[in-house]
Design a protein around this ligand. Sequence first.
Ligand code: NI
Length: 556
Amino acid sequence: MKKIVIDPITRIEGHLRAEVEVDENNIVKEAYVSGSLFRGIEIILKNRDPRDAGLLSGRICGVCTNSHFRGAVSAVEDAYGLALPKNAEIIRDLIAMALFIQDHVVHFYHLHSLDFVDVTSALKADPKLTTKEAHNYSPNPFRNSPSHYETVIKKLQNFVNAGKLGPFSNGYWGHSDYKLTPEQNLIMISHYLEALKFQSNIGKAVAIFGGKTPHPQTIVVGGISSVADMLNPQRLNDYLFTIKEAKDFIDRAYLPDMKLVAAAYREEIKAGVGRANGNFMCAGGYAFEERQRLFCNGIIYNHEFDKIENFDEKKISEEIDRAWYQDNGEAEVPYYTDLNADGSLKTAKNEDKYSWIKAPRYNGQTMETGPLARVLISYKKDNPLIQSFVDEFLEDTNLELMDLSTTIGRNCARAIESSYICEYIFKLVSRLLQNVKYYNTDTWAKYDFETLPKKSKGRVFLEVPRGMLSHFVNIENQKIKNFSVIAPTTWNASPKNFDGKRGAYEEALIGLKIEDTSKPLEVIKVLHSFDPCLACAVHMIDTKGKELSSYKIKSL
Ligand code: NI
């Protein structure tokens, strides 16, 4: 057995370390994935006014700011039993949905695509052939002219002539795992650069209703504060225009690029590379008609797509056997064990603690959460908004649903989701217009803070770009007594627990063949496909009693 340690994994948010053990054929037999930076933001929330929980917990992460902002406010609203006016919910959804598509596009192009795209190969591309190649994946490809591609090559050549590749300097260029032709690489690099503009534009859309990004500020307990923006047709129009532009990029660049990658990496997909254990979880949510939800809730075990159970929050628990915490009788406190006597770092061993991430479990099982789980569950539950998007993608790529449970498939699910989210946004905006037209302009659940319960508990389960997020709050004397978070990456990057069950990241690495152990591109690619956010994943304060449903949080 040989051990490969990758620390840190780059092109992610936060600090992630991976150790894999490979046999003589370089096949991964065991994996240890660690969150290597302690956080502890929940401590800051203690003894604060519950109305400040949103703004404070938004600082958990520099990427998922709005997810935590909204999550914390919603948990406080749950504790107080406040019902949100419809318009406030729509405005919150408009902010969230813009962030979903921004997150997915930025993740694929800027954090992940260089695991598929060999930048140096793009320099050899023929611009005319590139325009033809793009037509294989879209009837109307994005910015598809020879002169545009020539400009992209020139930009790349300038980097090389300057003796460095700038943002592209850190790659395993020439690795045998890169499968795209020079022309395909050039298409992807062109879209990589265009996606930088996309990122900036979506920031403007978020700012219309959310205020300054990356830390939106317009969600308040009981409603929203961007009332003037909601009532201003010009602001609504600006938002819609940006989303229409975004949809154009998603449909003419992002989705076709995933079809291109799916074709080039077909063998890898069919071999099931990057598949975890087939347990998927989605809390559902985002209403669009009386009974319809953008995402259906559900649980799938072991890829049994036809046996979907309903999500039940009472089945969630959290373990710390293999995480750097210990129970001091009152609470779970940090307990770091990974330093040798000389101060050097230990490598993870069979029974040791090895991560700052705790191990959440559903019904005792490790689960995968995220766009893939949402797409699979919503599709199999006949969600009418999603059906055609999934069917069309599978038909165009000649893939089956099972093929999506792979490294490449996770990315395909993200692109499919981005496309149907745009449709959902248009539905939301027309609902908002209907409300305003009929003088339904409520944006706040009127309440008198002094009369709200002095002691209460609340929680929320919210689907956010990377998967299911839950926030728990315990209020006493109108102050936060305890606050707890389980983020999507906490689920996916979970360490093992007492029974040795691997988290989704670890499970997805087992069986992986690594061509060159000095350049473990394959490992990085699998991990990137989950869109890791480690700042979000590491949380200290927890529910000593393991049961996390709202009424059984013992230590909160
Ligand atoms: Ni995050």
